[in-house]
Write a protein that binds this ligand. Sequence first.
Ligand SMILES: Nc1ncnc2c1ncn2[C@@H]1O[C@H](COP(=O)(O)OP(=O)(O)OP(=O)(O)O)[C@@H](O)[C@H]1O
Ligand SMILES: [Mg+2]
Length: 360
Amino acid sequence: MAELTPDRVRAALRSVLFPGFQRDIVQLGMLGDVVIENGTVRVPLRPGTAKPEILRQLTAEIEAVLGREPGVAKVDVRLARAEESARRDPWAARAALPGVARIIAVASTKGGVGKSTVAVNLALALAARGQRVGLMDADVYGPSLPIMLGTEERPSVTPSRRIHPVQRYGIACMSMGFFLDEGSPVIWRGPIVMGIVRQFLRDVEWGALDCLIVDMPPGTGDAQLTLVQQVPVTGGVIVTTPQDVALLDVGRGMAMFAQVNTPVLGVVENMSGYVCPRCETFDPIFGEGGARGLAERFGVPLLASIPLVPAVREGGDGGRPVVLADPDGPVSRLFQQLAQRVMAAVDQLAEQAPAASPPS
Ligand SMILES: Nc1ncnc2c1ncn2[C@@H]1O[C@H](COP(=O)(O)OP(=O)(O)OP(=O)(O)O)[C@@H](O)[C@H]1O
Ligand SMILES: [Mg+2]
């Protein structure tokens, strides 16, 4: 039987994932120095959150995992005190982006539901309302902004490695796609997701922005985790399609935001029914009201229901999003309304928590 050592304990704890994420507590740097004394294993933990349900869940899981290890008589999980946790916690890198007033993440747990479409049109609709807007593509492996915005311009990089975003349609844009055609410049060496997302936040000269919209890849992976670890995200917008509404993975997306203390601003139901381009009749092919039910269940507002219309796809494929191509059309009006509601939801949050609250 292998001897019970701190290394073996660490290895075993690699199976304990932080609730809602696909990364474990060891990878996340939450585990302190393990001490073993006469079969008692002391596990110091800096969970980076004070949420009792998460602390309970982590403690129970650590006890269960180590309880299965031979030679373990007792498990003693020691949670770091709040102040110590704040000093060394995994969210320690979390600092606001200078000049950026708000960061809004557009996310979903499933792929292909229209996150990028919503992010782009929301960004442009906000800009049309006079806001200074940035748009960051956190989808490193499947970037879609260059096509959706119809630009192949490269961001310029200064000798001190500061990156200037591409200015397109009045918004500041950054995407891995801007770098992909000619291979990666030196700064992208080792293009791991977390490093790139961190660089997109920290090394980009975003300038003064009222709002940075972040187009997330699907799921709850490294990009999501890096974003919430690096910066205080003002709020999340969850995109869903009607047929997925009943599925719990939308709820999982909400749980993900909740567990990292990021408020969910609301839900966007996309591809909700079909509007015939010839006769303009609306056909709710997937049934109506799914997202509304979901919003009621989770206590977040339904921000918009965007129908499936060819103009949306054509706008995205053609590099001129529908809110620009047809600003007075019915779908554009829905995106404009979405922008207004997102801002209202953000303002409401600000009223609820006027002081900058540290991550608890
Ligand atoms: N309301 C809509 N009407 C018509 N087509 C749409 C609509 N919303 C999105 N699409 C189209 O559906 C496809 C997928 O959309 P999009 O790329 O925005 O999804 P996504 O959630 O960002 O996908 P991924 O998970 O791959 O990042 C695109 O071709 C887009 O143009
Ligand atoms: Mg996308």
